[in-house]
Design a protein around this ligand. Structure first.
Ligand SMILES: NC(=O)c1ccc[n+]([C@@H]2O[C@H](COP(=O)([O-])OP(=O)(O)OC[C@H]3O[C@@H](n4cnc5c(N)ncnc54)[C@H](O)[C@@H]3O)[C@@H](O)[C@H]2O)c1
Length: 340
């Protein structure tokens, strides 16, 4: 018997051509991922984080490579893994912080069927998660957004939040580097056709924000409890970016996957749980439980809501599967010989 096996390889240009960065589709994918997760039609092994250094704060200078495998059921029915390297030091070399490869595996034979750039997909899916959080947890008449951190992830955060909440009128960007914030305001303002103001301090704008997002590479908290006003949805995307008091001030606490958040132990809410300052009952729920109506999200306009996501490989697999299936239809990518 002769066996001939092939793989589809998609470079970053292919992934972009196939809609890997399409934010509206990514938001729809993430909603489906969270629903499948709550239905337990997924496999989400713990993220393996290979940090270079002895602590999560050392990772912020020395970098890490994470392995994020998963299986996603439903219409996706696909297994795979994202293998993502990250080094904040890359920025000074003119390189992005993160670079990812995503591999898809046939869920039956378990053979690899595709290898693709996962960087574009990774940035899109993290933005899309905040889009979903905004859709379900923000005040309906939210008008003011402050983003803290003007890196790559912050760009897709803004795209997604604007899709989920198109009525936003005031958009502010703060970064420890004013130059980064100004560049962001110019570039994203042009791209999205919106006025974006780069601000020199975060706190006064955070206090006005209906939606506040921290998406920095900071190793220590950048916001404190008195930065949050009534009604704010605070989305914590980077790691340890807020004080414990900030979490305590929130009326309702949501995450993408509570077990995974605790396991990664990178954010304030995870550290508080691992130090027994809060327990599982203090966490209101996973965002999927709000989408499928098992839990209420926002109860009233004064609620301060905290949302933290650790990120799951199944989010990347969802978008990668959509891209892969379209590539087959449109005959995009390179067929690579695997076994013959
Ligand atoms: N939760 C998730 O699913 C998820 C997924 C991907 C990335 N992330 C995290 O998102 C963060 C941002 O990623 P990125 O690729 O945009 O990184 P990046 O390095 O491109 O940008 C980070 C920005 O944060 C700014 N910054 C650092 N410290 C700051 C501070 N104290 N105050 C204000 N700004 C500060 C930097 O100047 C930089 O502009 C990282 O921590 C990354 O690990 C989270």
């Amino acid at each position: 018997m002769s066996i001939k096996l092939e793989l589809l390889y998609l470079c970053q240009r292919d992934v972009l051509q196939l809609g890997g960065d399409d934010m509206s589709s990514a938001i729809q994918d993430m909603e489906k991922v969270f629903i499948l997760k709550e239905k337990k039609d997924v496999r989400v092994p713990d993220k393996v984080s290979m940090g270079f250094g002895d602590s999560i704060s050392e990772e912020k200078t020395k970098g890490r490579i994470n392995a994020m495998p998963g299986y996603l059921g439903g219409e996706y029915d696909m297994a795979g893994i994202k293998w993502i390297g990250s080094n904040p030091g890359n920025l000074s070399r003119g390189l992005p912080r993160a670079s990812a490869i995503t591999i898809l595996n046939d869920p039956d034979t378990k053979f690899p069927i595709a290898i693709m750039d996962g960087t574009v997909i990774s940035v899109a899916r993290t933005g899309a998660v905040s889009g979903v959080a905004t859709k379900y947890l923000s005040k309906k008449d939210s008008k003011t957004l402050l983003l803290i951190g003007a890196g790559l992830q912050s760009r897709t955060q803004l795209e997604a939040v604007l899709i989920a909440c198109p009525g936003l009128e005031n958009i502010y960007i703060y970064d420890i580097s004013l130059e980064m914030a100004q560049r962001y305001a110019l570039e994203m303002g042009e791209k999205l056709g919106r006025k974006i103001e780069a601000v020199k301090e975060g706190k006064p704008y955070a206090q006005k924000a209906d939606i506040l997002i921290t998406v920095t590479g900071s190793a220590k908290p950048v916001i404190d409890a008195d930065w949050l006003s009534k009604g704010c949805l605070y989305i914590n995307i980077g790691g340890f970016e807020c004080t414990y008091d900030t979490v305590k001030k929130a009326d309702r606490l949501f995450v993408d996957n509570w077990e995974a958040v605790k396991h990664r132990n990178a954010s304030a809410i995870a550290k508080m749980a691992n130090e027994r300052i809060i327990d599982d009952n203090d966490v209101t729920g996973n965002i999927g439980e709000v989408i499928n109506s098992d839990k209420r999200g926002r109860i009233n306009d004064d609620d301060i809501i905290y949302f933290n996501c650790v990120g799951m490989g199944i989010e990347d697999i969802a978008i990668a599967t959509r891209v892969y299936r379209r590539a087959l239809k449109e005959k995009v990518g390179q067929i690579l010989e695997y076994w013959s």
